[in-house]
Design a protein around this ligand. Sequence first.
Ligand SMILES: [Zn+2]
Ligand SMILES: [Zn+2]
Length: 155
Amino acid sequence: MNSANQIWEPARSPAVVHFMPTIQCHCGAVKVSVEGAPVAQFYCHCNHCQRVHGAAYVPVSMYRAEQVKVLTGEPSMWRLHATPRATCRDCGTRIFAEPPGFGMRGVMAMLLPEGSFEPQFHIQCQHALLPVKDDLPHFKGFPGAFGGSNDVIDW
Ligand SMILES: [Zn+2]
Ligand SMILES: [Zn+2]
């Protein structure tokens, strides 16, 4: 059975491991604390993220749900299909998504301070609008540690 560490290298740099800031939406109405090291950091190419963000893919920093706490404001937990996505009611910033059944919250990594996003792989490349050619693994769906097939795309 695969563990996370057998599939990708855990994030190691001090900026990532000791990160404990408050992040906020663009207007400042919603403030969220993010405590400790992420479980994983990756780019998601899924067709839901594409629609919600109006983007080809999004950078995600995934944490256990209890590491991510809303401190101020009351974000909308609007859902596309099953996944609630915490969104500021005023400025529309997507702050985190909470895929059901995992106990995880995926924070939109563009909200983190510079230097604290160190992507380890790409997921859902089967939906990619364009190939992103880099040295990271490109999973067709999800890696094994996320309950996926571990299949990769040949970019
Ligand atoms: Zn806002
Ligand atoms: Zn996605």
